[in-house]
Design a binder for this molecule. Structure first.
Ligand SMILES: [Mg+2]
Length: 293
C-alpha cells in the first residue's frame, strides 16, 4: 500500500504520536518521510495524542528537532481539550489542583482556571489529573485526594477531570510505568469508599473517548467518515476512532491484532468490512509491514 493509494481512500489522516511517529529513542523508521509526504501533497493531517504533559508548542519543537515540520495547531493533545472543558463547565477562576507538569498547568491557565501549588490543607474547586510526571508521585496523589475529600466534607463537589486516561506506558527495555489513568482509578476507588452514594468519577477527555477525534476532524474540516486513524493501541486508538466514526489502522506494537477479540473490537472491524467490502485496513508502506492482517 503506497501513500498515493492511502490518500485515494481517505481525505485526511490522524496519527498517534508515541509508538507511531516517535518512541523514547526518537523518530520511528519512515515517520519523517511520511510527514514530509503529507506536507508535500497538502494532505489534511493531525497528530492525536493522549499526552497532557506537553504543550502543543513543546510537541512542535520536539517534532522539529526530529526533522518533522508539524505546526503546533496540528498536534491535538488531550491537554489541549482542557481549556474548552474548563470554560464549558464555568470553571474560569476555579482553584485547581493539577497533577502534572508545567505544561499541564499552562493548559489549566489557558482555560482561565487557577492552578494551585500542591500543599497540605489546600482548598480546591477542581482536580485535573494530567500526568505522572512533574510532582512527587505518592505525596501529590495524597494531597489531591485529601483536597477533594475536604471539599466534599464541606458540601462542595469539585470537578474531576482526566485528560489522559492511559493506565500504563512502556518505559523501554520491557519496563512499564503507571500514568494518569491509573492515578484517577486510585482516587476514584478511595472516593467510592468514603462517598459511595455520590459515584464520583473523572470526566475523561482522551482516547478512547471520541472528543479528541471529533476535535481533530473539526480542525481539519474533514468529515469523520473520510478520515483514517493510525495508532498502536487497540483499546484507545482503534476503539476510540471507531467510536467517533473514523476508520482505523493498527500498527502492531503495544497491541496485537489477535487481541481485537479480547478487547471487544471484533464487531467494529466486522462493521468496517461490511461498510466497505473492498476496502481493507490501509496504512503507509512502512506501517503496513508490521500491521497484522
Ligand atoms: Mg501510541
Amino acid at each position: 500500500m503506497t501513500i498515493e493509494e492511502l490518500l485515494g481512500h481517505y481525505g485526511g489522516i490522524l496519527l498517534d504520536a508515541y509508538g507511531v511517529l516517535v518512541d523514547a529513542r526518537g523518530p520511528l523508521p519512515g515517520a519523517v518521510e511520511l510527514i514530509a509526504a503529507l506536507i508535500a501533497r497538502d494532505v489534511p493531517y493531525a497528530i492525536v495524542t493522549n499526552d497532557a504533559s506537553r504543550s502543543q508548542t513543546t510537541y512542535a519543537a520536539r517534532f522539529a528537532g526530529y526533522g518533522m515540520a508539524i505546526p503546533a495547531e496540528r498536534v491535538v493533545t488531550s491537554g489541549s481539550l482542557l481549556p474548552g472543558f474548563l470554560r464549558a463547565h464555568g470553571l474560569e477562576g476555579a482553584r485547581t489542583a493539577v497533577l502534572g507538569t508545567d505544561d499541564s498547568r499552562a493548559y489549566i491557565t489557558a482555560g482561565g482556571a487557577v492552578p494551585l501549588p500542591l500543599t497540605a490543607g489546600m482548598e480546591i474547586d477542581a482536580l485535573a489529573v494530567c500526568d505522572d510526571d512533574g510532582f512527587p508521585f505518592l505525596q501529590g496523589i495524597e494531597l489531591a485526594l485529601s483536597a477533594v475529600v475536604r471539599a466534599l466534607d464541606a458540601g462542595r463537589a469539585p470537578v474531576l477531570v482526566l485528560p489522559n486516561p492511559d493506565l500504563v506506558y512502556p518505559k523501554g527495555d520491557g519496563e512499564l510505568g503507571f500514568t494518569a489513568g491509573a492515578i484517577a482509578l486510585l482516587i476514584e476507588a478511595a472516593l467510592d469508599r468514603r462517598f459511595p452514594a455520590l459515584r464520583l468519577t473523572f470526566a475523561r477527555l482522551g482516547k478512547p473517548e471520541p472528543h479528541l477525534f471529533a476535535h481533530a476532524a473539526g480542525l481539519l474540516g474533514v468529515p469523520p467518515r473520510r478520515l483514517v486513524m493510525i495508532g498502536d493501541q487497540l483499546e484507545t486508538d482503534v476503539a476510540g476512532a471507531r467510536a467517533a466514526g473514523i476508520d482505523a489502522a493498527l500498527l502492531a506494537g503495544v497491541s496485537r491484532w489477535e487481541h481485537a477479540r479480547a478487547a471487544g473490537l471484533e464487531a467494529n472491524t466486522a462493521a468496517l468490512d461490511a461498510d466497505r467490502p473492498r476496502r481493507p485496513f490501509v496504512a503507509p508502506a512502512y506501517l503496513l509491514q508490521s500491521i497484522a492482517p
